[in-house]
Write a protein of this length. Structure first.
Length: 462
């Protein structure tokens, strides 16, 4: 069924927000009116792209700053305890609680004023927004950047591929969705229902309240990379990656043009939004990256990002630090930012943290990938890239050294099987239009899914 006005609730860092932004831009191209509710600092990126948005009060950079005191890539028992305590302490601050309360109200008020025909929300972080659709009587769809619906055919995305026995995969997904999403978000969902005048015990059709309710669900991941599970029910679908439009108007700075022309294709190294401003983390990653390039005798481009990669933090008072500084001066270019879709095809290989967005762009560029994981779905992406021979997995960042990464660089650029496989994957991804597939899925879901609330526009018969 046709729809016109789309409201998207998006939470997270640039890597979390950029895929739904890409979808919003494609829907705009298709003539849809789209507005986003976005956590800062990504609201600036959304507005710059030409999509209307309202900024949340919660700023995810504050969360990353709070977590900067722990090494998220250290999975030891005591470090995990420290991480959980740090995160809970952040959530207990008056500032965080006030921001969430303000956002719950602001998000609902945005929906009331915008009058959407359909609402899309991030399943992992923003599942409680489903009640907004119930209050307004409009369809709601969930999206995820990972395959987050129970299946026995895909390993749980919070673990390395194969870390759990296949028989436990479905149980891991069920436990995460019931505890990590439903239980964790229920208090905020009930708060939202109170604001909207909804029952705390039942849906509007009289059925017992389920928070969040089962909804049509899009996984913004390519079936060329992870095939659609055969045990998923209808309206749970791998729709393909949501890619930003090509950076056709990008004008590279003169120093970048000159560097690319001056020698062999460089290696890209960047770690996105990992860690915020932690001086020790910055020094460790910068030293590791430059040492790896020196070990492999390769040129490199460091993209600063929130990790702040730079040769300026090298300890030049030591012989090793002085040697690396000299190597970086002759062979490394530092950039604050650069469109990945423009830069990656010009590189020999890409090294990154394994976030969903960066992984997809690297694969679409057809370039060998090395993933140094820090947290979340990154170990899963890394292990899958290695398993499918599209690149190599360095392991968790806390275990990676300059020499070990350098060895992987030497190996990955010489491996013809990886080169052939990733080139084929790049062509397959370039032929897909995940955002158009999502649009078609939205129309189909509106037509066929029976919601536990009456719709204000025609839908499937109850």
């Amino acid at each position: 069924m046709p729809y016109q006005r789309v409201l998207i609730f998006a939470w997270g860092t640039r890597g979390d927000v950029q895929p739904p932004l890409a979808l919003a831009l494609r829907l705009k191209q298709l003539g849809k009116d789209t507005t986003m509710f976005v956590t800062p600092p990504s609201d600036g990126m959304v507005r710059q792209a030409g999509i209307e948005c309202v900024a949340a009060s919660e700023d995810v950079s504050g969360m990353l700053e709070a977590l900067a005191t722990v090494d998220l890539s250290d999975l030891s028992f005591w470090n995990l305890i420290k991480t959980v305590k740090t995160f809970k302490a952040y959530q207990a601050t008056p500032e965080f609680k006030a921001a969430q309360a303000a956002d719950t109200k602001a998000g609902y008020e945005l929906a009331v004023s915008f009058k959407p025909d359909v609402i899309l929300h991030a399943g992992f972080e923003f599942a409680f927004w489903a009640s907004v659709g119930e209050a307004l009587g409009v369809p709601v769809l969930r999206y995820d950047l990972q395959p987050n619906h129970p299946t026995s055919e895909i390993s749980f995305f919070k673990k390395e591929d194969g870390a759990l026995p296949k028989c436990l995969n479905k149980l891991a997904f069920q436990a995460f969705n019931s505890q990590g999403i439903a239980k964790a978000q229920r208090p905020r969902a009930l708060e939202l229902r109170a604001i909207a005048g909804l029952s705390a015990t039942a849906h509007r059709d009289g059925s017992p309240l389920v928070l969040p309710p089962d909804l049509p669900q899009m996984c913004a991941m390519s079936p060329s990379f992870v095939p659609q599970p055969t045990d998923w029910p209808p309206l749970k679908e791998m729709v393909g990656y949501w890619m930003m439009p090509p950076s056709t108007g990008y004008q590279p700075p003169q120093q970048l043009t000159a560097f690319l022309a001056a020698g062999a294709p460089p290696v890209y190294i960047g770690f996105g939004s990992m860690k915020g401003s932690n001086p020790e983390f910055c020094k460790k990653l910068s030293t590791m990256a430059i040492a790896a390039l020196a070990h492999a005798k390769m040129r490199g481009i460091l993209l600063g990002g929130w990790a702040g990669l730079t040769a300026a933090v090298l300890d030049s008072s030591t012989d090793d630090g002085s040697r690396l500084a000299e190597y970086a001066a002759a062979n490394v270019l530092e950039l604050p930012s650069c469109p990945h879709d423009w830069l990656f095809p010009r590189c020999a290989a890409v090294v990154h943290h394994g976030g969903a967005g960066t992984t997809s762009v690297g694969l679409r560029a057809g370039k060998p990938t090395i993933i140094c994981a820090v947290m979340s779905d990154q170990p899963w992406h890394g292990s899958l890239v290695a398993k499918k021979k599209l690149g190599l997995y360095a392991g968790m960042m806390s275990k990676v050294t300059g020499s070990s990464l350098g060895e992987l660089l030497t190996q990955v650029v010489a491996d013809q099987t990886i080169a052939e496989n990733v080139a084929k994957m790049g062509k397959a991804l370039a032929a897909e239009d995940g955002a158009l597939h999502a649009h078609e899925f939205i129309e189909r879901a509106i037509d066929t899914f029976q919601y536990p609330w009456p719709l204000s526009r025609p839908g499937p018969a109850p």
